[in-house]
Design a binder for this molecule. Structure first.
Ligand SMILES: Nc1ncnc2c1ncn2[C@@H]1O[C@H](COP(=O)(O)OP(=O)(O)O)[C@@H](O)[C@H]1O
Ligand SMILES: [Mg+2]
Length: 254
């Protein structure tokens, strides 16, 4: 479904992502792991069109999407969440979703901010989409709450809903369980499984290894921008290179 071939991203002299090739199969849960600064978020920025690659090719469903803008990539079916969920804290959860939907699918920010006729016409559809997504993530009861008043775990669910509202086929989740407690982490993992069950392809970045090892079908390991390993959870945690660079002995295959 997604195929990245020899993707490289340079920031000045820094190779944030260095010649990485990977394929995500349709309907699978994929994970990207690696130390801080390994290039994981940059990889998401490249896959979602937020940044153009310095070189390499990105193919989604057989279509070359290399160099397309984020709004174009979003319309082709890739959605993402961010490491920290920025919401309009003084607006309701539902309004955040409606505005977020517009921001993700329109190239023209002014359109969104000025409320043009086309926007008003499409707002009803956006509202329905937003409600559907909120319901899916289990937050229907919070639609009229101010975003500033909900918990970190609920913000994570709103982030999922924001991404889902664009009807993605591939969902990129950047640290979806960052800053939430173990019980809530299990709840979020169950939600990721539910998204897989409805046919979505998922890729997540996470440091919580218990979660990843239980959830992922396929793991990509980055270190200093390079792919140092990939495979099933069992393969990755038995790989001496991965243990050395990232996991330590705690997760070595028992
Ligand atoms: N927009 C940017 N400009 C310059 N350097 C960046 C930019 N984004 C990321 N980097 C650098 O690229 C490297 C990889 O960063 P990142 O992808 O955020 O890593 P990770 O998400 O794995 O922690 C880091 O050294 C980071 O400082
Ligand atoms: Mg990151």
């Amino acid at each position: 479904m997604l195929e990245m071939t020899s993707i490289t991203k340079r920031f000045g002299g820094l190779l944030a992502v260095n010649d990485v090739s990977v394929r995500f199969q349709r309907g699978t849960i994929n994970a990207i792991i690696g130390p801080n600064g390994a290039g994981k978020t940059t990889f998401f920025n490249l896959a979602s069109g937020a940044l153009p690659p310095s070189s390499g090719r990105i193919v989604l469903d057989g279509r070359d999407v290399t160099g397309l803008r984020a709004d174009q990539v979003a319309r082709l079916g890739i959605a993402r969440t961010f490491q920290s969920t920025t919401l309009f804290d003084n607006a309701t959860v539902l309004d955040n979703l409606i505005v977020g939907h517009r921001l993700r699918t329109r190239s023209n920010l002014l359109d969104v901010l000025l409320g043009t006729r086309r926007l008003r016409e499409e707002e009803a559809a956006s509202r329905a989409k937003a409600r559907e997504a909120l319901d899916f993530v289990g937050l229907a009861h919070l639609e009229n709450r101010l975003a500033g008043d909900i918990s970190q775990e609920q913000r994570k669910r709103v982030a999922f809903a924001l991404a889902l509202a664009t009807d993605p086929t591939l969902l990129l989740l950047d640290e979806p369980a960052g800053g939430v407690n173990p019980e809530e982490t299990d709840g979020l993992a169950a939600l990721v499984r539910k998204m897989k069950a409805m046919g979505l392809t998922i890729c997540l970045i996470e440091h919580k290894m218990d979660m990843i090892m239980n959830l992922a079908d396929h793991i990509l390991v980055l270190n200093h921008g390079e792919k140092i390993a990939e495979g099933t959870p069992a393969e990755v945690r038995a790989n001496p290179v991965v243990i050395e660079a990232y996991l330590g002995s705690e997760y070595a295959d028992a």
